[in-house]
Design a protein around this ligand. Structure first.
Ligand code: PSV
Ligand code: MN
Length: 387
């Protein structure tokens, strides 16, 4: 077994990007609940995100979603982030909340609507140029609900054309990241349902186009770590949207539903060279519908850190030897050894050596920030899905 002190330097370099929308209200199609102290604008979202980084040292960047995070001046937003010790990260486009996109956006049969969706992506690239963001992340809500409703092939061809037009506009040091999801809001088919489709589309674009794997976007029982391995092998695993799910795309706290799956995924990330690599960004894509948002995010990044530590502890030399000698049970024992190792004490002590609180959840709760925002943020409209 590898020792904790041997893996600590790798843990020190770990960075997990937070989604700005985690700090706004969210919910299901049934109800979006408000909660005291919720951020009312992107500036307050950044302030809340900075709290997560302050207590964990794990979350130096915040992803934006346009138009939810549209502000009169991105320079001001960038300054707010700088002042609070974080940076603006990935820019997410949004073509799922406009009436024009009911039957499609980048795949629509009407060239006017396709152009409108392309122009939205151009506007997102303009934002990236102002914020210094590297990644444009595209998730498309497009698809159909009924067999025969749409020409599947025609839509795929139009998608490819639209993406090529957007890719042309991506700067030298920027990337286009295409996320897949097999259902919702479309229920019969989606135009980018799986990693294979995303891979085929981005491969046709070029080297600066990569795939985003959202852990909640697979059918139950899917072997996600296999997909992780394959995309890393192909050099196309651009980023993760981490979250967890019990049934659908639940967007719950990462590691909450199936910590063992998270461990298996992280093991493959490490194995495939995707850990602490600029090529593979770690992000959260979560919604805190009923729990407090800032501690929800703190718990999330700590879950990723804890499972990363366990995956790093696997004695890979011994594992390879067991695999190669055909010792099935010994290989499985070595693999499970990491998962069953309780690293919480080591992590707490190590955090203190780095000037961080041993227990970031407790430190945040004791800081008074939550009470402060609940008192201060009265009036105005709380940020939210706008769904
Ligand atoms: C879609 O379900 C998704 O995972 C995409 O990443 C969106 O941008 C995000 O959720 C936020 O709605
Ligand atoms: Mn996502």
């Amino acid at each position: 077994m590898t020792r904790f002190s041997d893996v600590a330097p790798q843990l020190a370099a770990q960075a997990i990007e937070l989604p700005s929308w985690a700090f706004g209200n969210s919910g299901t199609r049934f109800k979006v609940f408000g909660s005291p102290g919720t951020a009312r604008d992107p500036f307050e979202k950044i302030a809340d995100a900075a709290q997560v980084h302050k207590y964990t040292g794990l979350a130096p960047t915040v992803a934006l979603h346009i138009p939810w995070d549209q502000v009169p001046s991105f320079e001001d937003l960038k300054k707010q982030a700088d002042d609070l010790g974080v940076q603006l990260g990935t820019v997410n486009s949004n073509t799922f909340q406009d009436d024009d996109y009911k039957l499609g956006a980048l795949t629509h049969t009407d060239p006017r609507i396709r152009q409108k969706a392309i122009d939205h992506h151009f506007a997102c690239i303009d934002v990236m140029n102002e914020t210094g963001s590297r990644d444009l992340k595209i998730w498309l809500a497009e698809g159909s609900n009924y067999p025969g409703q749409a020409d599947l092939r025609g839509r795929q061809d139009r998608l490819s054309e639209s993406l090529a037009t957007i890719y042309e506009r991506i700067g030298e040091n920027q990337r286009l990241v295409l996320e897949y999801k097999f259902f919702e809001p479309a229920f019969y088919h989606t135009d980018v349902p799986d990693w294979g489709t995303s891979y085929a589309q981005v491969s046709a674009l070029g080297p600066r186009a990569v795939v985003c794997l959202d852990t909640g976007h697979h059918a139950p029982g899917t072997n996600i770590e296999f997909i992780v391995m394959q995309l890393l092998r192909l050099g196309k695993l651009g980023s993760f949207d981490f979250n967890s799910r019990f049934y659908a795309d639940d967007d719950l706290i990462v590691g909450a539903a199936d910590p063992f799956q998270l461990y298996r995924i992280l093991f493959e990330v490490i194995r495939g060279g995707g850990f602490n690599s600029p090529e593979t960004a770690f992000m959260l894509d979560q919604c805190h519908n009923i729990e407090q948002k800032i501690p929800g995010q703190i718990r999330s990044v700590l879950n990723v850190q804890e499972m990363t530590a366990r995956a790093l502890l696997v004695d890979t030399e011994a594992l390879t030897a067991a695999q190669e000698s055909g010792d099935v049970l010994e290989a499985n024992r070595i693999f499970m050894d990491g998962f069953y190792t309780d690293v919480r004490g080591d992590l707490a002590a190590w955090r203190e050596t780095r000037g961080l609180p041993a227990d970031p959840m407790k430190a945040y709760a004791a800081s008074g920030y939550q009470q402060q925002i609940e008192t201060d943020r009265v009036g105005g409209t709380q940020a939210g899905w706008g769904a």
